[in-house]
Design a binder for this molecule. Structure first.
Ligand code: DQQ
Length: 544
């Protein structure tokens, strides 16, 4: 229907039809970015999983190729689940993925595949050696919770990789496997790391530089003192991607998070709809790039009716914040090529208590908006309820976009209908330092509130929120929102806190979608600069 067409994302990666989920084996090879993903060739719900394959020169325009990996051997007969690519030392890419080899239960083994023709930069055909499966669950491993091999790293004559697992009823585990030849693998007895969080899906371990520069590192860089590691796990029970920053010791094959409380999982890549993510190193631009899947939040019935489900977040460059405490994320610079030539802008515009200012002159249903806010004084900031001081999501659900505060809520209303019956609010709210937090810094909350995003009653509309580790005492904070019909992907304070929401307006579609700056705080704020670009569609998106 027309409505469905208006909700199909314009510049976010999506299938033309059918279901997609996890990003798999992203890599750069001979001039092309390769992207594989979990795909159901038969419908818009999860099932019949194969690896679809698209290629790109710029991470924005995508050409769909034939299915790369599909059930064809005993050890992947019932599904080709997630996995990763590694570039071997002679330049050959290899994929390792999880195969399901029983019909009755999800019995999980690991398989590998090589390109049939290494000189084909498109890597169209993949062959599975007869020795598959090459890793099987042994030694008491729970065979139904043993999957998603990572990219491998190489040092001292050995390759190592991680496999996500569940130990006992509730311990999430990342096992280390080692190999000299990539074919025969042995498990290191003690896992790299574990925590009482439930199953760890799609683990990822990679080095980051501690010098504050934004460059990425090849996964095999492990030994410099100027290197820290990031360990990320997708928590099956919570459906969020959590990470810690810490130290990887190649001799003991263990990982220790810097902040032991890190395992309580305070840090997320994204506080919204973003799961099963995976990074890769781009040797051309020397950066590390993060891909993550954003599921639909309408009903499965709606997905079947519209014929497709699932998108990928815009690929993000990731690097370690100079503080060393957390990562920074920013949409890859290539995205900016889609910005229309003439942006709309606001400069030094004060937004008073209870006021909202419409930004006109662009079709904002598909846009890229960057705003810098100035907060003149923090005097009037609300006190933080100590009971909620550690629960951003709860805090945002009780103090939503329409609940007047002191400093904030202020931010953007995006995908707003003309009479504001529909709007998604992306905003900040500042609190005085809480007594039970060991700091005198004001607390900044970032929220994405979709409660009034749609008149359609059959939607899952969770409020998403995270704290922002920034010094608002300096009086400045920025926000960037990538608006794309049914997705709002936002980056707070230069990429310190990110939130992706899926929303399904019924009125705020196409040219009927409006954009406003709002301030529901008692204190006036100033938009020192707002720039909004309408976004073009990439010329190529998988054939649409
Ligand atoms: N999706 C895959 C699994 C993975 C899960 C199956 C995460 O390999 O653990 O489609 O979304």
């Amino acid at each position: 229907s027309i409505l469905d067409a208006e909700l199909s994302t314009g510049y976010h990666f999506r299938p033309i039809k059918n279901w997609i989920n996890d990003p798999n084996a992203p890599m750069y090879y001979k001039g092309w970015y390769h992207f594989f993903y979990q795909y159901n060739p038969k419908g818009a719900v999860w099932g019949n999983i194969v690896w679809a394959h698209s290629v790109s020169r710029d991470l924005i325009n995508w050409v769909a190729l034939e299915t790369a990996i599909q059930p064809s051997i005993k050890s992947d007969k019932y599904g080709c689940w997630s996995g990763s690519a590694t570039i071997l030392r002679d330049g050959t890419p290899v994929i390792m993925y999880t195969g399901i080899d029983r019909a009755d239960i999800n019995y999980e083994v690991q398989n590998i595949a090589f390109p049939k023709n290494k000189s084909d930069p498109l890597l169209r055909e993949w062959v599975k050696p007869r020795s598959n499966p090459i890793i099987v669950p042994e030694g008491g491993i729970n065979a139904t919770q043993f999957r998603d091999p990572t990219t491998a790293w190489y040092a001292d004559g050995h390759w190592r990789l991680l496999i996500g697992a569940l130990s006992g009823a509730s311990r999430g585990v990342a096992y280390v496997y080692r190999s000299r030849d990539f074919m025969r693998w042995t498990r290191v007895r003690k896992p790299l790391h574990s925590a009482p969080t439930g199953m760890w899906e799609c683990p990822d371990l990679y080095p980051v530089t501690v010098d504050g520069r934004q460059n990425g590192l090849d996964t095999s860089v492990t030994s410099s003192p100027r290197v820290k590691h990031v360990l990320k796990n997708s928590l099956d029970l919570r459906r969020y991607d959590y990470y810690t920053v810490g130290t990887y010791n190649r001799k003991t094959e263990r990982y220790v998070p810097d902040n032991p409380a890190g395992d309580e999982h305070h840090l997320r890549y994204d506080y919204g709809n973003f799961y099963a993510s995976k990074t890769f190193y781009d040797p051309i631009k020397r950066r590390r790039i993060l891909w993550g899947w954003a599921n639909e939040s309408d009903t499965a019935v709606d997905d079947v009716a519209k014929g497709w489900a699932g998108i990928q977040a815009i690929p993000r460059k990731v690097w370690l914040d100079p503080s060393g405490r957390q990562l920074m994320q920013w949409p890859v610079e290539e995205l900016e090529a889609l910005r229309a030539k003439k942006p709309v802008s606001l400069k030094d515009r004060v937004v008073k208590r209870g006021e909202h200012v419409e930004v006109t002159g662009l079709r904002s249903s598909q846009a890229d908006v960057e705003v810098s806010f100035e907060v003149p004084s923090l005097e009037g900031a609300e006190a933080l309820d100590p009971a909620l001081a550690n629960d951003a999501q709860k805090l945002c659900s009780v103090r939503g976009a329409d609940v007047e505060g002191g400093v904030g809520p202020f931010g953007l209303w995006v995908l707003a209908s003309s009479k504001l019956e529909e709007k998604t609010a992306v905003f900040f709210r500042v609190f005085k330092a809480a007594r039970n937090i060991n700091s005198t810094k004001p607390v900044v909350l970032m929220c994405s509130d979709p409660t009034t995003s749609s008149l359609n009653p059959n939607l899952y509309k969770p409020t998403f929120a995270g704290f922002v580790d920034t010094d608002i005492a300096k009086g400045k904070i920025s926000l960037r929102s990538l608006i794309d019909r049914s997705v709002v992907e936002s980056f707070g304070a230069g990429g310190r806190t990110c939130i992706l929401s899926r929303v399904y307006p019924t009125l705020a579609l196409g040219k009927n979608a409006h954009l406003h700056v709002f301030n529901n705080g008692k204190v006036d704020i100033k938009v020192s600069q707002l720039t909004a670009w309408e976004m073009k569609k990439p010329a190529l998106m998988n054939g649409a």
